[in-house]
Design a protein around this ligand. Structure first.
Ligand code: SF4
Length: 345
């Protein structure tokens, strides 16, 4: 397969958590490819493995979890002798989480914005001190230059009075302002990939719209790729170029954003789309009940035979879907799906 313009390639990744109650297969065979400058949306219900996939990519899986098998490749751009740009392949899954090389990638070439900035930032240090620490860790600059760059980054994320705001503590800022400061910290070293894990979930809709707009602008300015994790299909429609739908630790459908919304193939994707309230419902004379996906995401310790969506699927084929695990296959150009409706086992 061509690797032109490829930034991240995840191959058959398995990340498990070994608990006293049993093994949680949080990521159970994920394949994913993210191109340079592209926004890859990762969507699915809570517990489907979106965040653990991101943590695996950063080598930040907390114990008792660990990457069990699979590969994560980072196609890093490096400057050649004659100022030309070359690509070097770094196998992230071979690096120790605390190794020098992994620390030089994390927060520098790949960085992350979390859902709740109050837990992602230290409450006892100013936002400036935290942004400057990231800059000085990865770039050879003194304190004065790091401060200048931090103020510049705070200005880029539209934080009012950045020269004063730099000396404020996280608790002195509103939720939206804290999220802007966290984005400034994540972007302070101009990463090739920004992982945004539900960055607007804790915000009101007006602030959410401002943060999404800001991320799009910064992406255009800095040319980075974004891995955008959310359960919100509306945000996916607004932000993503490509989308991967995850269910119980696996990608079940992957395609471009137009195909996903206008030609969804997997029954789980179709159910997710049907469960979004429509504006036409509010204006229609006849009211209709909002559709929900029947059943619940199964217990994380259970091992289901066949397709893991079969207990909730309205198109389940008895004797096939509950027996054989479907493979992820490309059924149309750039449109892959993991479902027996599109291929025989
Ligand atoms: Fe439904 Fe079967 Fe497809 Fe699974 S494989 S999504 S159970 S039709």
């Amino acid at each position: 397969m061509a690797t032109d313009n490829l930034l991240i390639e995840i191959k058959d990744l398995h990340t498990y958590f070994y608990l006293a109650e049993g093994v949680v297969r949080a990521v159970d065979g994920v394949d994913l490819r993210i191109k340079r400058g592209q926004t890859m949306g990762i969507v699915g219900e809570s517990g489907c493995g979106k965040s653990v996939t991101a943590l695996s990519l950063m080598q930040l899986v907390p114990p008792p979890g660990r990457i069990e098998s699979g590969e994560i490749l980072f196609y890093r751009a490096v400057r050649g002798n004659n100022a030309s740009t070359m690509t070097e392949v770094v196998k992230i899954t071979d690096l120790k989480p605390n190794s020098k090389e992994m620390r030089s990638i994390r927060g520098n070439q790949i960085s992350m914005v979390f859902q709740e900035p109050m837990t992602a930032m230290s409450p006892v240090r100013t936002i400036g001190a935290q942004i400057m620490e990231v800059i000085m860790l990865h770039q050879e600059v003194d304190r004065a230059e790091a401060r200048r760059r931090a103020i510049d980054m705070l200005a880029r994320v539209n934080l009012p009075n950045p020269a004063q705001a730099i000396d404020r503590y996280p608790f002195e800022l509103s939720g939206g302002m804290r999220q802007r400061a966290l984005i400034a910290m994540a972007l302070s070293c101009h990463p090739s990939l920004l992982i945004a894990d539900e960055p607007t979930t804790a915000l009101d809709v007006t602030t959410e719209a401002q943060i999404l707009e800001l991320m799009r602008t910064l992406q255009n300015d800095l040319g980075m790729a974004i891995m955008y994790i959310t359960h919100n299909m509306g945000v996916i429609a607004e932000m993503a170029d490509e989308v991967a739908v995850m269910y119980l630790g696996r990608v079940v459908e992957q395609t471009d954003v137009q195909s996903l919304f206008f030609n969804p193939l997997h029954p789980y994707t179709r159910a997710l789309l049907k469960s979004i309230p429509q504006l036409s419902d509010a204006t229609a004379k006849k009211r209709r009940r909002l559709e929900v996906i029947k059943g619940m995401v199964p217990d994380p310790y259970s091992i289901l035979k066949g397709c893991t969506f079969h207990p909730r699927c309205e198109e389940m084929i008895p004797g096939v879907c509950d027996q054989v695990l479907p493979m992820l296959i490309e059924v149309e150009p750039n449109h892959s799906v993991r479902c027996h409706l599109y291929g025989t086992p």
